[in-house]
Design a protein around this ligand. Sequence first.
Ligand code: ISJ
Length: 376
Amino acid sequence: MDAARLLGDYSRGDFFLTTAQRSILGTGVAAGITDSDERRLCERVAAALADEPSAIAVGVLPFATGAGSPARMVLPARARFAGPAHPAVAKAQRRTIGTPLRTTPVPTPEQHVRAVAEAVSALRERGLRKVVLARALDLDFGREVDPADILANLVKDNQRGYTFAAGLPDGKDLVGASPELLLSRKGNLVVSHPHAGSMPRSADPVTDMENGKALLASRKDHIEHTVLAEAVVEALRPFCTRLTAPTVPELVSTPTMWHLGTTITGELVDDDVTALRLAAALHPTPAICGTPTDSARELVTELEPFERGYYAGAVGWVDGAGDGEWAVSIRCAEVAQTSLRLYAGGGIVPESDPVAELEETSAKFATLQRAMGAPS
Ligand SMILES: C=C(O[C@@H]1C=C(C(=O)O)C=C[C@H]1O)C(=O)O
C-alpha cells in the first residue's frame, strides 16, 4: 500500500500519522475510549486491545486532562498501513487553501511580550527553572476549510518528523507536523527525542548556517535543553534499564526551524508497560510545560488567555503488543468548519528575552502557514 493513497483516502474525523517508519490511516470507530484520567485510559485501552490482539488504538492526549479536553483513543473500524510518505507523495499536487478573511492573534503580540516578561520574573520569584508560554492565531475563512488539504500540504512540506491529523472529541480536527518524538516503544526498546532550543531557518544559505551555529553556541538554549533532557531521563528511569543519553545535544532541523535535540534510549524492564503508558508518564515534558511541572502548569494557566486543548499534548498509537509511537502535538492547528486556531510556544528561562520569544513563536507558526499557502 502506498502512503499517497492512504493520504488521499483521509477525510475529516479520521486519524492519520506518517513517520520515518510508517504511515497509518484509521477510519471509522470500532471502539472509542474517552477519559480524563490517563491511568484509567491506559487500562481501558489495554483491555480493549486484549480483546482484539491484532488491532491498534490511535488518538490524542490533551495538554492537561480534566480541563474540558479528555484524552481520546479510538480502535478504528479499519486501520491501513503503508511505508513512509516520502518519496511517495513527491508527485502529489499542492492543494489550494486560500486566504483567511481575518487573522486574530490571541493574545496580541504586545500582550505576549508582556506575558513573557512576567514569566521571567515569576521564574525568579517562584524558583522555577523553565516555563513554556504559547500564543495562538485565529484564522477565519468564512467558508469551509478541509483539514485534508492542510494535511496533504504538511505531508508534502515535511520529509521528516511526525505529520498527523486526528479527530477530536468536540468534532474538530488537530492537524500538524511535529518534529518531536515524545516516545516510541518497539519490543523492549524505548526511544525519546526531546527538542528544546530554537532558531528560525533562513532562505539565505549563509544566514541559515549562521543561525544553526548560533543555536549550537547559545548558552540560554543549552540551559533550556538541559532542563528538558534531564527531566525525560528521570521520567523514564523507573521504567528502563540501560538508559543512555548523550551529554551534548545535536542540531536538528525542520524546513522552518533549527532545534537542539537529544536522542534518549532505554531498555524496558516490564513488558506490560505499553507505549501509551510511557507516553502518559512522560507527558507533559519541559519541552511544552516547564520545570517543576506543577508550578509551570500553574504559571501557564495564569499567563495564557486560552485553553491549550490538544496543542502541546501528544498524538500517536499503541498496538496489542504494547508497541507504539507518540509525537508531541506541536506545529499544529485545531480545524473547525470555517476557522482554524494555530498554536506556537517557546521555552522561557530566566535568561530569556521577551521580544526574541515573540519572534520565535512567529517562526514556529510558519510550519502551518506554509502549508496554508503563505510564501516561505
Ligand atoms: C512549544 C513548541 O515547541 C517546543 C519548544 C521549543 C523551544 O522552546 O525551543 C522547541 C521545540 C519544541 O519542543 C511549539 O512549537 O509550540
